[in-house]
Ligand binder design. Structure first.
Ligand SMILES: Cc1cc2nc3c(=O)[nH]c(=O)nc-3n(C[C@H](O)[C@H](O)[C@H](O)COP(=O)(O)O)c2cc1C
Length: 196
């Protein structure tokens, strides 16, 4: 028999697995922001899960429009779906931007040279171009940790951390779907079954 405490545990287990394993369906959630009153959705890679703090996160280019959305007050919506688990998770949370602080520095240390290179593209994400390719810094220079090239890429790197305030869990079960909602209190979660 399902119970709400176990379900919340299973949600955080699944998020942790998604963060760790590139092949896991929860590795690439979609996130939503609001821009000029319109919803915008895109895929990101789940890079951080802290169950105790109720925080998850991803990396991005600080020049990207989604960062602008968060700067202008948009909250974040998260969407995960795993066909094998038969589970959809929707969540709401904050979108805190970390650029020049310890959190961003620590995350940057773990980014590979190939990953770092994306942040060195000449034009910021979404800027129009006459060419299909945008200028990228040399991979060899990044592999050799050439300080000026690494610094150029680091300048655009940013970490987004989202403290979740609500989690909506949906389990596909054709004899009767199951759905539960978890709402963050000061230090814990309130839970309730909801109609699917
Ligand atoms: C599988 C996949 C993973 C992606 N991961 C990220 C990511 O971790 N961070 C990111 O900023 N963009 C990522 N993108 C690109 C975004 O979906 C999006 O196109 C880009 O960030 C621009 O979004 P924006 O214009 O809303 O800021 C990914 C795209 C795909 C297809």
């Amino acid at each position: 028999m399902l119970n709400l405490i176990n379900i919340l545990d299973s949600v955080w287990d699944a998020l942790s697995e998604g963060c760790e394993h590139a092949s896991d369906a929860f590795h690439t959630p979609a996130i939503g922001t609001i821009r000029d009153g319109k919803p915008e959705v895109r895929t990101v890679v789940l890079r951080h899960v802290n169950r105790e703090a109720g925080i998850i996160g991803f990396h991005t280019d600080r020049r990207s429009p989604k960062v602008q959305d968060l700067t202008t007050g948009s909250a974040l919506a998260w969407h995960f779906y795993d066909r094998e688990r038969k589970v959809q998770i929707r969540a709401h949370g904050s979108g805190l931007i970390h650029t020049g602080d310890e959190i961003a520095d620590e995350a940057w240390e773990k980014v590979s040279p190939l990953g770092r290179r994306c942040y060195g593209q000449i034009k910021g994400p979404g800027v129009s171009s006459t060419d299909q390719q945008v200028g990228l810094p040399s991979l060899e220079a990044l592999e050799a940790e050439e300080p000026s090239i690494v610094a150029e890429c680091r300048e655009n790197f940013c970490v987004i951390r989202s403290r979740l305030t609500e989690i909506d869990w949906f389990y596909l079960q054709f004899q009767g779907h199951r759905r539960a909602r978890f709402t963050r209190t000061q230090s814990d979660w309130q839970s309730v079954w909801v109609a699917p």
